[in-house]
Design a protein around this ligand. Structure first.
Ligand SMILES: Cc1cc2nc3c(=O)[nH]c(=O)nc-3n(C[C@H](O)[C@H](O)[C@H](O)COP(=O)(O)O)c2cc1C
Length: 202
């Protein structure tokens, strides 16, 4: 059974996180979820019916849970939680959406909250770290921080969905990007989001 860490930060794009959680929890996956203070604030703004009960929120958003799926929520200031330690074995961490603040902390080894710390140990242990960043335009500081994080092994995945698959709804956009992240986390197979004739039928 896979263990995946998902961190939601205070960048715009809660829809991507909701879609990734729905994909992960439809599989026999243990999801370790952490939401920053700002992440809660932005989610409350962007997700209709946002509530502290994440499982309830996901159900409302149409999630279908695998019978072996498991969702564990951590407080962002819980520095004693399992994911704060390098001994916590997991199969990958996605920060989605990743704010410029959290990117800067991770790129510079600053561990002010559990999200930064979990990302820090993920990198030092050589595990997969996806940083699904959202900001535009980018300053050189942002670009330098992305380069620093990438040099330490992070995968920088800007939240820029493609349009060649002809999305019709916002949810299509959110799901397409989340599927790309799930492929990188090894939860969906490589062929899932591959270019192919069938995917482009109108
Ligand atoms: C509605 C709203 C949207 C925001 N969107 C972004 C964004 O897209 N990218 C970003 O880097 N910060 C964004 N911010 C600012 C972050 O929330 C802020 O920098 C915060 O300190 C990030 O904290 P965190 O990294 O702990 O989540 C947004 C804030 C609000 C209130």
């Amino acid at each position: 059974m896979k263990n995946i860490i998902v961190a939601i930060c205070g960048a715009s794009g809660s829809i991507y996180a909701v879609n990734l959680l729905k994909i992960l929890l439809a599989q026999p996956v243990r999801v370790h979820l952490m939401v920053s203070e700002a992440g809660r604030r932005v989610m409350a703004h962007e997700v209709p019916g946002f509530a502290d009960d994440m499982a309830g929120l996901l159900t409302e958003q149409g999630a279908i849970f695998h019978e072996d799926a498991c969702l564990r929520l951590y407080l962002p200031d819980d520095h004693g939680a399992g994911p704060a330690s390098g001994s916590f074995a997991h199969d990958g961490m996605a920060v989605i959406p990743c704010s410029m603040n959290t990117l800067a902390s991770i790129a510079n080894g600053i561990t002010a909250n559990l999200i930064h710390r979990a990302a820090d140990v993920t990198l030092k242990e050589g595990r997969k770290l996806l940083l699904c960043i959202r900001e535009t335009p980018l300053s050189l500081i942002h670009i330098d921080n992305m380069a620093r994080a990438a040099r330490s092994g992070a995968v920088i995945m800007p939240l820029c969905p493609g349009f060649y698959f002809k999305p019709r709804t916002m949810d299509d956009l959110g799901r397409a990007m989340a599927e790309r992240a799930a492929v990188h986390l090894g939860v969906l197979s490589d062929s899932f989001s591959q270019w192919g004739e069938e995917s482009f039928d109108v």
